[in-house]
Write a protein that binds this ligand. Structure first.
Ligand SMILES: Nc1ncnc2c1ncn2[C@@H]1O[C@H](COP(=O)(O)OP(=O)(O)OP(=O)(O)O)[C@@H](O)[C@H]1O
Length: 133
């Protein structure tokens, strides 16, 4: 099934000049960029994005991280894009992530793990609305 998924190259990716290095991983796996923008996220936007984590001990740190400098928001499209992009990204904690996943290659820590991708069709729709309206 052809799907669309919402991806963020988080601030640590942009700060370390990793935009191209990460995009090439998606593109060479047959995923196409449908929309893309560099922007600084507001706290409102970051809180909306991570609303499921509101109230957790790491929530404020998460919002501060996502808003501290520009990030890249994009929509990727391809066959089974949602699960394939999650697999390319790797596990939440880069230390546990399989070799050659984006988080294993570039992730700094559990709190600064460089990329985000939607985890379901519902999340993809919700997140596309948040970032691209
Ligand atoms: N126990 C934790 N301690 C610190 N940060 C955490 C913890 N759990 C999650 N996070 C942070 O919150 C983000 C969202 O957590 P989630 O469980 O949705 O993981 P994910 O789906 O792999 O990540 P993302 O939503 O960013 O793609 C993670 O990317 C991580 O940076």
């Amino acid at each position: 099934m052809i799907e669309k998924t919402l991806v963020l190259l988080k601030p640590d990716a942009v700060e370390r000049n990793l935009i191209g290095h990460i995009l090439v991983e998606y593109e060479r796996n047959g995923l196409s960029v449908l929309e893309l923008k560099l922007m600084k996220a507001s706290s409102t936007l970051a809180e909306q994005h991570y609303i499921e984590h509101k109230g957790k001990p790491f929530f404020d740190r998460l919002v501060a991280y996502l808003t501290r400098s520009p990030l890249v928001a994009l929509v990727l499209e391809g066959e089974n894009a949602i699960s394939r992009v999650r697999a390319l990204n790797g596990t939440t904690d880069p230390a546990d992530s399989q070799d050659n996943t984006i988080r294993a290659l570039y992730g700094k820590s559990m709190s600064e793990n460089t990329v985000h991708a939607s985890d379901s069709t519902e999340s993809a729709e919700r997140e596309r609305e948040i970032w691209f309206g």
